[in-house]
Design a protein around this ligand. Structure first.
Ligand code: GDP
Length: 365
């Protein structure tokens, strides 16, 4: 599955946030396919639609879909030069599909800040610079190889060479590769480079307990938001400490606790949803008397591929998928009523599954 890596300088709240993630962790019996490693936290993806479907179908069990976060400890200034756990750290980032960068926006005199003071923008720059430098090294090596071949009038090499030049220019200006625009054809070449700064980035502003109700009053949060806007990235505000405290609460306890603090949705829930959509993921459902279940798919996947997420036999023997959109089903009130209203479609192998589809696959064994 796809995973988002949690990074950040020391003492910004990464471990606290990751603890919250593992404490809130999904019941692993339901998810035998998930990675079980100490630095991977598997969380359920919050989805109100599951509650509505459970109410409607009254199944024996309801199973949410899950998302994996990977804890990547150890970035320091100079990581790209191999300082600290530098190289190891960068190779861990290479393996994740998106980056959640935790930035410290809470002031606490008892907790040392590596750079001496709370300064989220300087922190972001420190980390982003290490990623940019690591990518520059990758590009320079590649330019050396491809440049020679390109000179021999090799068209493919020339095509790549041009992309490499553009990347180099952008990185040298201190900007991440993700700020460049590529055609699909170019993107295929870019992907082969396994760059760090091409990965989608999400900033997690970690604020103190006193700021959760009104994060806009925290000037650091304002700074991060402005920066992210220019960087084409998203910002989620959390108080990692509170998230750790409430991680093991029941849904009802959590709701009450957050209400008292004046918050609608927990920061962790917002983070899960944001990381999920950042990766281009969406959810389809299966629903029956036995089980109502949410499944993760990549936007753009066709019906047989989605069937394959449930079981490879479903993909191999795929015939059709009975499909109804969530909104249509809810408007109709029941599966029978939706069928009567002609809202249940029979979709074939070319159907592109949509977020919220309720699907029943028909297949040959
Ligand atoms: P890491 O080095 O980035 O993993 O940081 P930690 O999660 O170990 O946090 C460093 C210190 O900051 C710990 O003492 C935490 O309790 C504290 N801390 C983390 N998040 C918060 C927060 O939201 N508010 C406050 N006041 N302290 C926090």
């Amino acid at each position: 599955g796809l995973t988002a890596g949690i990074v950040g300088l020391p003492n910004v709240g990464k471990s606290t946030l990751f603890n919250a993630i593992t404490k809130a962790g999904a019941e692993s019996a339901n998810y035998p396919f998930c990675t079980i490693e100490p630095n991977v936290g598997v969380v359920e993806v919050p989805d109100e639609r599951l509650d509505v479907l459970t109410e409607m179908f009254r199944p024996k069990r309801t199973v949410p879909t899950v998302f994996e976060f990977t804890d990547i400890a150890g970035i320091v200034k100079g990581a790209s030069k191999g300082e600290g756990l530098g190289n190891k750290f960068l190779s861990h980032i290479r393996q994740v599909d998106a980056i959640c960068q935790v930035v410290r926006c809470f002031s606490d005199e008892n907790i040392t800040h590596v750079a001496g003071k709370v300064d989220p923008l300087a922190d972001i720059e420190t980390i982003n610079l290490e990623l940019v430098l690591a990518d520059l090294e990758t590009i320079d090596k590649r330019i050396e190889r491809v440049g020679k071949i390109a000179k021999q009038k090799d068209q493919e090499a020339a095509f790549e060479y041009d992309i490499l030049r553009r990347l180099k220019e952008t990185l040298e200006a201190g900007k991440p590769a993700r700020t460049l625009e590529f055609t699909d054809e170019e993107m295929k070449v870019v992907k082969q480079l396994h760059l760090l700064t091409i990965k989608p980035m999400l900033y997690v502003a970690n604020v103190g307990e006193e700021d959760v109700a009104d994060p806009s009053s925290n000037p650091f949060v304002k700074d991060v938001r402005e920066f992210a806007k220019r960087d084409n990235a998203e910002v989620i505000v959390v108080c990692a400490k509170i998230e750790e405290e409430i991680a093991e609460f029941s849904d009802e306890e959590k709701r009450q606790f957050l209400q008292e603090l004046g918050i609608e949705q927990s920061g962790l829930d917002q983070l899960i949803r944001a990381a999920y959509s950042l990766l281009g993921l969406a959810t389809f459902f299966t629903a029956g008397e036995q089980e109502v279940r949410a499944w993760t798919f990549r936007k753009g996947m066709k019906a047989p591929q989605c069937a394959g997420i449930i079981h490879s036999d479903f993909e191999r023997g795929f015939i059709r998928a009975e499909t109804v959109s969530y909104d249509d089903l809810v408007a109709a009130g029941s599966m029978a009523a939706a069928r009567e209203a002609g809202k249940v479609r029979l979709e074939g192998k070319d159907y592109e599954v949509q977020d919220g589809d309720i699907m029943h696959f028909r297949f040959n064994v």
